[in-house]
Write a protein that binds this ligand. Structure first.
Ligand SMILES: [Zn+2]
Length: 251
């Protein structure tokens, strides 16, 4: 690290759990952030501010006036611009040292697979089950740690699926694809603005801990927030040995 980096990251370096070594791990790491909306905005901002070396920011949408109530990566001036590009500009202002690679598409298929394989950590900040399951499958395939968040109305949840660990559950263990889960979209149901900030920020915290090797992550736990009562609950998650996505042959 040069003198400017030592200053920029000094408050992290002061933390014994991170230190110079942990900060160097962050600088060498690559994070894939899927979705540059309510969750992806604060998540990507903290990753950039904290000096994660490469941030791949994927979103196929353009900034809309209805986004600005919570998607703090974007401004009134960026209405109409692709969110990935608007996000790249905003992150560059926070920390010009970080390499931000905007991907202007809804990730799927080979592109998703390739980007997951290249990432040190994957943050699912998307808003639909199809993407969540596709991201989970790619993370299981390439054994990448997945930090998953969701926020709608006043309800939020966040978890880590550390798929480098054979004993870790995957997203599908928790929410099987064939389950009749109702898709609750912000566009229909509404969402409390700072809820997306709280959940997206927890995602950033978990991703930074995974990258720096600090503390204990939410792996195997689902953290649930009722923002109306401001009450958190933790649910223990177990791997489904019959899971169609992650069940591996164990001796
Ligand atoms: Zn599974």
């Amino acid at each position: 690290m040069n003198d400017e980096q030592l200053l920029r990251y000094s408050r992290h370096i002061l933390l014994p759990e991170i230190g110079v070594e942990g900060q160097e791990r962050l600088l060498a790491a690559s994070a894939l952030v899927i979705g540059a909306g309510g969750l992806g905005s604060p998540a990507a901002m903290y990753l950039a501010a904290a000096g994660v070396g490469t941030i791949v920011l994927a979103d196929g949408d353009a900034v809309d006036l209805t986004n600005l109530q919570r998607q703090i990566l974007h401004t009134t001036q960026s209405i109409g611009k692709p969110k990935a590009e608007s996000g790249r500009e905003a992150l560059g202002k926070i920390n010009p040292e970080v390499r931000v690679a905007p991907v202007q598409s809804r990730l799927e298929g080979e592109e998703l697979d390739r980007l997951v394989a290249q990432a040190s950590v994957v943050l699912d900040c998307s808003d639909n089950f199809a993407t969540r399951h596709a991201v989970n499958r790619a993370c299981v395939r390439h054994r990448r740690p997945l930090v998953s968040g969701a926020a709608v109305r006043f309800d939020g949840q966040v978890s880590v699926f550390d798929l480098r660990d054979d004993l870790s559950p995957c997203y599908h263990c928790l929410f099987p694809e064939n389950a009749e889960l109702e898709e609750t979209r912000c566009a229909v149901m509404g969402v409390f603005a700072p809820l997306t900030g709280i959940i997206g920020t927890v995602q950033a915290a978990e991703a930074l801990k995974l990258l720096a090797g600090a503390g204990e992550t939410l792996n195997g736990r689902l953290l649930i927030l009722d923002a109306l009562a401001m009450q958190w609950r933790t649910v223990r998650l177990a791997r489904d040995p019959a899971c169609a996505v992650c069940a591996r042959v164990t001796a």
